[in-house]
Ligand binder design. Structure first.
Ligand code: OAD
Length: 250
């Protein structure tokens, strides 16, 4: 798929020293992981987030929640990073500062080679005590859910609705958004706060905000560049164009 990427955008990237990126479920869609809000295939179209992604849902039915995450963990373990993840890992090497903030819990950015990854919503590969919050590793397999040494259930180390984001991750994300020259919002519906506020913070601080998404979102009208298409096709083209421009000069 060929998508027109304006030369003006490539030149702004070529001139930038600091870049921040926010990714959402859409970046992993081409790896075979469902998004949340797709009307037909999205997880929240088929499962009730109140039952599966809240502390109250876990308290009501810990076994159901544990097993749903165990299934997702197994599915994620069986997929690979796609060309979108791989292009972002290559882009990171081209800038003085490149902060990749993700709402995803699937580690696919790290598996593609990205180093500076800020995980806003946790990571499904980790579990923690539901009372003490201490991380348990490796994941005990003895029960469903297994228990911490304190007797409480272990739970996935992900952020559920109604919970605070990890403070250090959020602070790093906000700092990167406020100090970048170009901000890329990729594969997110830009509906879940505080993540959705990051591109707006970047915009207020004077950054060029770019969206990569096949659909329009709540963010689109605020962006200077909206590249409509799949990230796995657009990001490799963006990288190739940037490399070509940097070789030959503007
Ligand atoms: P959503 O499911 O809300 O949005 C996914 C976005 O990806 C949509 O805008 C799609 O149009 C877009 N998309 C689909 N395929 C794409 C592709 N190939 N390339 C680029 N974009 C594509 O997912 P998020 O915005 O990540 O939170 O959702 C945010 C949070 O809501 C998640 O982290 C999760 C969820 O509830 C928690 O679980 C805490």
């Amino acid at each position: 798929m060929s998508i027109v990427i304006p030369q003006e955008l490539i030149e702004r990237l070529a001139a930038a020293r600091r870049v921040a990126v926010l990714t959402g479920a859409g970046i992993s869609a081409e790896s075979g992981i469902p998004t949340f809000r797709d009307a037909l295939t999205g997880l929240w179209a088929n499962y009730d987030p109140q039952e599966l992604a809240t502390p109250e849902g876990f308290a009501r039915n810990p076994k159901l929640v544990w097993e749903w995450y165990a299934e997702r963990r197994a599915r994620i373990a069986g997929v690979a990073p796609n060309p979108g993840h791989i292009a972002l890992a290559a882009l990171e090497k081209r800038f003085e500062r490149f902060t990749l903030v993700t709402q995803n819990i699937d580690s696919l950015h790290q598996r593609a080679g990205s180093r500076e990854v800020v995980e806003l919503h946790g990571n499904i590969a980790r579990v923690k005590c539901s009372v003490e919050q201490t991380v348990a590793s490796p994941i005990p397999q003895d029960d469903s859910p297994p228990r911490c040494h304190c007797g409480a259930y272990l739970r996935p180390d992900v952020v559920w609705f109604g919970e605070m984001l990890p403070a250090d991750a959020l602070a790093r994300a906000e700092e990167a958004a406020e100090h970048c020259e170009v901000f890329l919002s990729i594969g997110t519906s830009a509906q879940v706060y505080p993540a959705a506020e990051l591109p707006l913070r970047a915009l207020s601080a004077g950054a060029t905000v770019v969206e990569i998404n096949p659909e329009r979102t709540a963010l689109t009208r605020h962006t200077q560049f909206s590249l409509q298409g799949p990230a796995g096709a657009i990001l490799p083209q963006l990288l190739a164009r940037l490399e070509a421009t940097c070789r030959t000069g503007p």
